[in-house]
Design a binder for this molecule. Structure first.
Ligand SMILES: Cc1cc2nc3c(=O)[nH]c(=O)nc-3n(C[C@H](O)[C@H](O)[C@H](O)COP(=O)(O)OP(=O)(O)OC[C@H]3O[C@@H](n4cnc5c(N)ncnc54)[C@H](O)[C@@H]3O)c2cc1C
Length: 446
């Protein structure tokens, strides 16, 4: 098996528990992949560099956490928006919902931007509220999916919305100790099931024929070749799309059939830069949105910027936990401008944006900053992006990418999820479980 992320670990657990001998080759020095939690000793709390929220109540995550008595808390608090240079409570949700509800997967597929222009054309007598709601809908689709609105498929977004409805996906939760708690549960189960995990082991070639696989790669001891009857590939789509001279790229010998390449052409790795700012104190406890407003910002959960929030349009706190932490989220175009930049560049842009959105001067904010956490997933050779979305006409591509080949090559990972949850941890786990079933059902010589 290649990759010890959510998909690889969950597949390995199911396969080993069913009696198969499983070995995982993982390029990184850690397991978990894009579940990547650090612990900040100053605030004694987890800081997520990858996944943070549990979207809704997916059994793939809730069941193991509840079995291990890990407490799960729901995100709550006030949402504030900066509109027309004023900080005010956000009140656009129902109008945005009305827009999103108009998406239809029985009409021909189109991009979200085309849908918006077609169904809600700009007009001089358009209400200001509708104009703002359209912008928020655009920001939501871009932010949540890390997607280019001119490319992302409406059919795929509808599938995603339907899947979310089944699991109360409009609610968001966090586990005590963050996603590290889930990784620890998986680690324990892998150990108990006798799965062998080789870390710092990069697979470069998959040489295969029906019923036979040789994996070539490198580890601390140099180059290796590992033979086996089957392989489950769980690397992110970005690695399957990389050219063979790029680090982490996986090359198939012989090449994958054309259907896989067509599927990969319609799947995009979305881009995100997320920054976590740890401050000395919760300075916003005493901030008021304007001098005449009695309520402070102390219950702030989300903070949404207007178009002036040039670098990080979305922010959130750790509510209901009252930690001195702000997280900034820069998707798509914003991420493109920040990716590859130094940490101090990102820090400066984050602080500038926050001081523009909140009534606090930049020097004061700078003086309160204790620590910053950032991970550039776009430039990480083992992810090559944050998480995947699907382009117009590609709604069946996650399924096509996940299709096994000759009962020898099997595929999992969030980009292959067929439950409408691509781009999430629970989608990745579901894909791993689906692939484990396929392997268990595959007859060895067919
Ligand atoms: C910034 C960010 C925020 C996110 N927020 C959320 C969120 O709030 N909620 C949510 O549900 N999801 C979120 N996600 C998405 C979620 O993290 C992923 O969908 C999920 O973790 C993917 O799991 P996976 O097993 O498919 O892939 P991965 O976790 O990427 O696992 C694949 C593994 O393959 C390894 N690998 C790659 N190449 C090779 C190679 N050549 N040889 C050997 N090993 C290799 C990688 O190192 C990695 O460990 C977020 C992701 C990011 C980046």
């Amino acid at each position: 098996m290649i990759g010890a992320g959510a998909a690889g670990m969950s597949a390995a657990i199911d396969l080993a528990q069913a009696g198969l001998k499983v070995q995982i080759l993982e390029a990184r020095r850690w397991i978990g992949g894009r579940m990547f939690t650090k612990h900040d000793p100053a605030i004694n709390a987890p800081v997520e560099l990858g996944a943070e929220f549990i979207h809704g109540r997916p059994p793939e995550i809730w069941q193991p956490l509840q079995e291990h008595k890990i407490s799960i808390s729901e995100v709550d608090g006030d949402n504030w928006c900066r509109e027309s240079d004023k900080l005010q409570p956000c009140d656009f949700y129902s109008e945005v919902e009305q827009i999103l509800d108009k998406m239809d997967d029985t009409a021909p597929d189109e991009s979200f931007l085309d849908f918006l222009h077609r169904c809600f054309p700009d007009s001089p007598d358009e209400r200001l509220q509708r104009k703002e709601a359209k912008q928020h809908a655009l920001n939501y689709v871009t932010g949540f999916n890390a997607a280019d609105p001119a490319q992302v498929s409406v059919h795929w977004l509808v599938q995603e919305m339907r899947a979310e409805e089944k699991i109360e996906g409009d609610r968001a939760f966090r586990a005590e100790r963050g996603y590290a708690a889930l990784v620890e549960i998986f680690r324990e189960q892998l150990t108990r099931a006798g799965v062998d995990i080789q870390l710092s082991t990069i697979v470069e070639n998959i040489r295969w024929s029906s019923g036979k696989v040789d994996l070539d790669g490198s580890d601390a001891n140099g180059n290796f070749t590992l033979p086996g009857p089957k392989v489950l590939i769980t690397v992110p789509a970005g690695l399957l799309q990389a050219t063979s001279n790029q680090k982490g790229a996986v090359r198939f010998i012989p090449e994958l059939p054309p259907q896989k390449h067509s599927a990969l052409e319609k799947i995009v790795m979305g881009k995100v830069i997320r920054v976590t700012l740890v401050f000395r104190e919760r300075f916003w406890d005493n901030l008021r949105p304007a001098p005449e407003v009695p309520k402070t910002l102390s219950d702030m959960s989300f903070l949404l910027g207007d178009n002036d929030a040039a670098w990080f349009p979305t922010w959130w706190t750790t509510m209901p936990k009252r930690l001195p932490v702000f997280v900034g989220w820069a998707p798509f175009r914003y991420a493109e401008k920040l990716s590859g930049q130094t940490e101090s560049f990102i820090q400066q842009r984050a602080l500038e944006t926050l001081s523009r959105l909140l009534p606090i001067e930049l020097p004061k904010l700078e003086s309160l900053l204790e620590k910053i956490y950032v991970h550039d997933w776009q430039n990480d050779p083992f992810s090559r992006g944050a998480y995947s979305y699907v382009k117009v006409g590609g709604e069946n591509c996650p399924a096509a990418l996940g299709q096994p080949i000759e009962n020898t090559l099997f595929f999992a990972g969030e980009a292959t999820d067929i439950t409408g949850n691509t781009g999430t941890v629970h989608g990745a786990i579901a894909s791993g479980k689906r692939a484990a079933k396929e392997i268990l059902h595959a007859s060895p010589h067919s």
